[in-house]
Design a protein around this ligand. Structure first.
Ligand code: DGJ
Length: 711
């Protein structure tokens, strides 16, 4: 059970998770202050960490920039404010006045602490929330603000939480950056003194940065070292600021919106921030990733325990030229390969022949689907597959009936241009009528055609983001848009419990814990080059599990990079996540179809390990050595090792990799060769995956526990 306790003398709150502790107290000024985040402590031990009043800072300095639970703009604070408020009379700031607390006693393995405050002068109420569970060391934190007055309050910055780190000899920041078709590039660099801002100003999570951080002392590796991290469950603009102060402290604060956005709070209105969840581990980056994966499977994904089907997607095969005949032909071939879910991508509706027209007109194109989608859906179902379809509900092409009818439905600012990206404009989902319209046609589409799966795309960032006519519209839209997006997804799922959804945003432009709580998987990049993908998947896997990672096998030369690698190599890369096929099966040779069918069957034999096992990144995707990943069953019964090599170099040592997650003293049989290995040898002396010689070699080795040595 997680525990939440309060020391009667010192008022220290102690939250415990299976392996970690988190302690806070309210100081003599009334401010909530951080005490500890790390290995487990008893309540008495936590109390020892309270410094006597006045000892923490010199009289010259004011309040420390790091060390409060939600540093506010107010008093003698000069660091990054997590909470910045402007009242109707123009004054600013917040002064903490504790008003109480609530503990929701742990039940069902979940406990919650709520620390409540108000401003000493203005009727603004702030509650800090903490949630701990008995099966994860991830601590969920968020903040709820309520305007108890009669005048409007502007929340200029309203972070979910600030996380303070202990004094360390050095600080190193891990995060991802990227761009379209090159998402999730892992960066691991020394945290500079000052403030480091990771942000999206695009209205979506973005390809360019991921809303999470990990910090270590510069000495952690995959297998060892203390790592502190946090991830924001939000799919709009966001900002995380990591600070390293001159006095050697560090921390990070994060929440919704970028620097110029603001959340208006009308009288009696409440704003609940999204969760900014934190995790401490002393097992290095590998353990941090595994803990985030397990948390996501259990507490974020709606159906994390479900085995995901092998998918086919038409995008790289037929582009916008989808029609009933070519989709039926592809579906026949896909079914023969062993595919279980057939997805028709863009191009099936309205006047959509390219990306220039038709978005918004969600009825099947009559010349392509003269009898509607029914016959195709029936064929797909008759072939024993589920039927999925691409949609982009938040968008409109100016050349569409929808836009001609409702030009005011898009984000726009009067007197300004309506800038197009990919020839499209963003529908203002913050408007309830727009969200209701989207829910209406989506629910009819799903119900009328027995649709099992939606690929929900979102292909451009906001611009001229205005909502004229709505009170505080320009400010409100940034958060209301996301709330309404979540609302439509939640309603759809509630109405169609069998429906599964893939989040996509021009590839991986909207992957975060917020959208993953309402979808089942993510399309992580439009780059399907298997070699580039190894790097993208490496970055993606730092926080997100394989269970959420769609990956397709596509044709060569690759459409984007022109690189050619063997079918087997491409399969092995896509088998690291949710295997999909995206090639033009009409052009696959008999041998390719046969090899593909074998590899799909092989994936089905091991997918439970990939989708629900523990990931070990044994050798990263950079450099000359083979890239090696391992997925291990939690009970040690079996394990899968996948390895890839760019090309041989004579004289390069063939280094063994040490396998993880095996039962000590057990023996494991290679399911393909029948060879038996001792766990001790595999784990302590290492294993050399049987990579064939030549360029672009790859292998997948499935080891099954067959016995135990005498002690
Ligand atoms: C971007 C997606 O990432 C692609 O997979 C494809 O669905 C296109 N949009 C369709 O326009």
């Amino acid at each position: 059970m997680p525990t939440i306790s309060r020391a009667p003398d010192t008022g220290v709150w102690l939250l415990t998770t299976p392996r970690t502790s988190y302690a806070v107290h309210i100081d003599e000024t009334g401010a909530p202050c951080h005490l500890a985040w790390g290995p487990r402590l008893t309540p008495r031990e936590a109390e020892e960490l309270v410094l006597p009043a006045g000892e923490a800072a010199s009289s010259f300095e004011g309040r420390p920039a790091v060390g409060e639970e939600l540093p506010v703009d107010g008093g003698t604070r000069y660091g990054t404010p997590s909470l910045q408020v402007r009242y109707e009379d123009g004054s600013r700031g917040f002064e903490w006045q504790p008003t109480g607390h609530r503990v929701l006693t742990p039940s069902d393995g979940v406990g919650e602490l709520r620390l409540e405050f108000r401003d000493r002068h203005y009727p603004l109420h702030v509650a800090l929330h903490y949630r701990v569970r008995d099966d994860t060391d991830v601590i969920e934190r968020w903040t709820v603000l309520r305007n108890d007055g009669e005048q409007r309050v502007s929340l200029l910055r309203t972070d979910s939480a600030a996380w303070s780190l202990p004094p360390l000899a050095d600080y190193r920041l891990s995060h991802v950056t990227g761009q379209w078709s090159a998402e999730s590039q892992l960066r691991r660099e020394r945290l500079p003194h000052g403030e480091t801002v990771l942000t999206s100003r695009r209205g979506i999570t973005s390809h360019h940065a991921g809303p999470w951080v990990m910090v270590d002392a510069g000495d952690a590796g995959e297998e060892h070292g203390r790592v502190f991290g946090a991830a924001l469950a939000w799919s709009g603009s966001w900002r995380i600021t990591a600070q390293r102060t001159p006095d050697g402290r560090a921390g990070f604060t994060g929440g919704v919106g970028h620097e110029s956005t603001c959340v208006p709070l009308a009288p009696a209105e409440e704003f609940a921030t999204p969760v900014f969840a934190g995790l401490f581990t002393d097992g290095g980056f590998g353990a941090a990733s595994r803990a985030w994966h397990a948390y996501t499977l259990r507490h974020v994904l709606p159906h994390g325990r479900e085995v995901a089907p092998v998918l086919y997607n038409s995008w790289e095969a037929t582009g916008f030229d989808v029609d009933e005949a070519n989709q039926k032909a592809l579906a026949e071939r896909a079914a023969a390969l062993g595919v279980e879910l057939y997805v028709v991508d863009d191009g099936w509706f309205g006047a959509r022949r390219s990306d220039r027209a038709g978005l918004g007109d969600w009825t099947p194109a009559p010349e392509r689907f003269p009898r509607g989608l029914g016959p195709l859906a029936d064929t797909v179902h008759r072939l024993g597959m589920r039927f999925g379809i691409w949609v982009e509900p938040e968008m409109v092409n100016p050349d569409s009936d929808l836009y001609r009818e409702h030009p005011d439905w898009v984000l726009h600012t009067p007197g300004r241009a309506r800038s197009e990206l990919r020839n499209q404009l963003v529908l203002n989902f913050a408007r309830d009528d727009v969200a209701d319209w989207a829910h209406g046609w989506l629910t009819r589409l799903v119900a009328d055609h027995g649709i099992d799966f939606l690929k929900w795309d979102m292909n451009r960032a906001f611009s001229e983001a205005g909502w004229p006519g709505a009170p505080d519209g320009h400010d409100r839209l940034w958060t209301r848009y996301v709330a309404n997006l979540y609302g439509v997804l939640d309603r759809l799922r509630a109405d169609h419990t069998g429906l599964r959804i893939e989040t996509c945003s021009g590839g991986g432009g909207r992957v975060d814990l917020g959208i993953l709580a309402r979808t089942d998987q993510a399309w992580v990049s439009d780059n399907t080059d298997a070699v580039d993908r190894l790097v993208i998947q490496h970055g993606f896997s730092q926080l997100h599990p394989a269970r959420a990672m769609s990956a397709w096998v596509t044709d060569v030369p690759n459409q984007l990079t022109s690189r050619t690698v063997p079918l087997r190599f491409r399969f092995h890369v896509a088998m690291c996540g949710l295997l999909g096929i995206g090639g033009d099966l009409a052009r696959w040779s008999g041998e390719e179809l046969a090899e593909g069918a074998d590899l799909v069957a092989e994936y089905k034999r091991v997918r439970h390990l990939v989708q629900h096992g523990a990931l070990y990144r044994l050798s990263g995707p950079h450099g000359e050595l083979p890239t090696v990943v391992q997925y291990a069953a939690e009970d040690g019964t079996e394990t899968l090792v996948l390895a890839w090599q760019r090309g041989p170099r004579h004289g390069l040592p063939r280094l063994p990799v040490r396998l993880r997650g095996l039962t000590p003293g057990a023996r494991y049989r290679d399911a393909r060769t029948g060879e038996v290995h001792h766990a001790t040898v595999l784990a302590e002396y290492g294993f050399r995956p049987d990579l064939p010689s030549g360029d672009w070699a790859s292998t997948a080795v499935h080891l099954v526990r067959v016995g135990q040595d005498e002690a």
